[in-house]
Design a protein around this ligand. Structure first.
Ligand code: NAP
Length: 527
């Protein structure tokens, strides 16, 4: 049941005065439930509870954290069709997508559960003492990762489950031992409240301290700003626009105690189609890319918004085929009227730039909140000189850039901002002749794809979902896969500490049987 209230720790609370509703973009109507924005008092209470809870939570065992994460997954499943119904009514996304995203959310929770149960993720390093070393004895030093403290997570509009209330940021922070306060995304507040109720049931069942999780309702930036400015908050996770992510990053760095903001933001995901590949696979590629550009109504951060090729007959024919394929795909619903408004506005801004030609765009709006897929094209020189054309148009939109030659192609890549992904489409060994283009691309992206599409982000330890700014605010980390836990910890050393007072991860006996680097050797052994 949805109450419209925030969870301050395990208590439902609605003391605020501002209210709002979510929106059903398929029906073009507001949903019924009324949500109450969290008050300043409730924000402070949530942070206070999180700070108290951290004292215990930071030291609980990997096995207990794993139980908590696994039971969250069970409780989310137990929400059954109610969750799917509310998800669809607040996002315009299909039931299949809702179920797929729920499966991904559960998989992420279970992956982090396995990671912390096994325990070696803390990267324990032990250098035993050398008392006889001259001229100075070497102390015993033992290092491991420890949690930062209470974290604020901003739910993402385009992933109401997998990157929101119990999504990757929350799961990784809880796995690290950090309490989490979610600033719920206003577009899917009902989905958020249901998932929050599942997390809190799991906390109760697994005896996790009250305050390890809170879910605050808000529409507008006030609650988020107060949370990021709160002196007891130690880091921030965010997925959304460059404007929002950057504002929070600036806010966090201006605090008396600056804190890290791990924001995953905009990306146009350049795809380079090499000439021989274009020659051989034109029709096939056009269909594959039309599908990738329109997948999820283009509302994926890895959407291929920029296709680059060398000018000529083959590229012209590819552009025509891609346009034909795009026009065969029926327009689909976007997440919210604000998102489609932003899509239309950004498209208009791109169209108003001189030299950009529209090659596919439906004349008429199909239905309210349904986005018309669009393909545009531009000369390499124009694209190189006008960086407005480099900006993300979030939705089913892509631009084909017709480069004069390979030098211009490389110059364009060098001019691009940081990206989540880059893709090379190559025939057989063709890529071997484009090593400097590929090197330039590697320097701009977090993940490079060979003969595929950038959409579809596999959740696994080898995935990097991040990249140089503005793809993310810190390219050293990933937001997807178990290594996402590293964002919420800091390295910590014990020097000459008595064995019985050390955490289990660093004790001589290795009671947790984790893999540790001992005097340069990676081992499961005791000392
Ligand atoms: P958003 O505007 O960046 O908002 C995301 C969250 O951050 C919301 O909870 C929002 O609060 C909060 N927020 C935004 N600016 C803030 C600020 N200055 N201070 C404090 N909190 C702030 O993203 P969105 O609502 O998801 O979508 C808007 C646009 O972002 C889309 O049209 C799209 O262009 C882009 N977007 C890109 C990606 C991507 O992966 N590349 C993903 C999602 C969205 P309130 O909403 O409550 O104000």
């Amino acid at each position: 049941m949805i109450t419209g209230k925030s969870y301050i720790g395990n208590k439902l609370s609605g003391k605020g005065t501002k209210t709002y509703k979510t929106f059903n973009p398929q029906l073009n109507l507001e949903n019924e439930n009324v949500f109450i924005e969290a008050s300043a008092e409730e924000i402070n209470e949530a942070v206070k509870l999180a700070t108290i809870a951290f004292k215990k939570f930071r030291n609980i065992s990997g096995a207990q954290k794993a139980a908590f994460l696994n039971v969250i997954a069970d409780e989310i499943l137990a929400l059954g069709d109610d969750l799917i119904r509310v998800y669809c009514s607040e996002s315009g996304l299909s039931e299949d997508r809702a179920k797929g995203e729920r499966g991904r959310t559960i998989f992420q929770l279970k992956s982090f559960a396995n990671l912390v149960e096994e325990g070696s993720w803390v990267e324990a390093i032990i250098e035993t003492a050398q008392t006889n070393r001259t001229p100075i004895a070497k102390p015993d030093l033992r290092k491991m990762s420890i949690p930062l403290g209470p974290i604020v997570v901003f739910g993402a509009s385009n992933f109401p489950l997998a990157y929101s209330t119990a999504g990757g940021d929350t799961a990784s922070a809880l796995a690290a031992g950090c309490p989490v306060i979610v600033k719920s995304h206003p577009m899917h507040a009902g989905t958020g409240e249901l998932v929050a109720s599942a997390i809190l049931k799991a906390a109760k069942r697994t005896e996790i301290p009250n305050g390890v999780f809170s879910n605050l309702n808000s529409r507008g930036i006030e609650v988020g700003v107060k949370l990021v400015n709160h002196p007891d908050i130690k880091a921030v996770g965010f997925t959304g626009s460059i404007r929002g992510g950057r504002a929070l990053y600036d806010l966090a760095s201006q605090r008396e105690e600056p804190i890290p903001v791990f924001a995953e933001m905009g990306s146009i995901n350049p795809v380079i189609i090499l000439p021989e590949a274009l020659n051989r696979r034109e029709s096939n590629l056009a269909k594959t890319y039309a599908n990738s550009i329109t997948l999820g109504t283009g509302q994926f951060c890895t959407n291929p918004g920029l296709l680059l090729g060398i000018k000529g007959k083959n590229l012209s024919s590819f552009i025509q085929k891609l346009s034909g394929e795009i026009l065969k795909i029926k327009p689909s619903c976007m997440l919210h009227p604000n998102i489609i408004e932003a899509y239309e506005k950004k498209k208009l801004k791109a169209f108003s730039q001189s030299g950009l030609s529209m090659v596919a765009n439906l004349e008429k709006e199909e239905q309210s909140n349904y986005a018309r897929p669009t393909i545009t094209t531009v000369e390499g020189k124009t694209f190189l000189e006008n960086t407005t054309l480099h900006q993300e148009v979030f939705g089913p939109f892509s631009m084909v850039v017709q480069c004069e030659d390979v030098n211009q192609l490389e110059a364009i890549i060098l001019k691009l901002e940081g990206q989540l992904t880059g893709t090379i489409i190559s025939a057989n060994n063709e890529a071997v002749d484009y090593s400097s283009v590929i090197e330039a691309l590697k320097n701009k992206v977090g993940r490079i794809i060979f003969n595929g599409v950038p959409t579809g982000v596999e959740v696994c330890p080898a995935m990097v979902h991040g990249g140089p700014y503005p793809a993310s605010t810190d390219s050293r980390f990933t937001a997807v896969g178990v290594n996402a836990i590293k964002r919420w910890v800091r390295p910590f050393s014990y020097q000459d500490w008595p064995n019985n007072l050390l955490p289990n991860e660093l004790k001589n006996e290795n009671p947790l049987k984790i893999s540790r680097l001992i005097n340069g050797e990676q081992t499961l052994n005791k000392i």
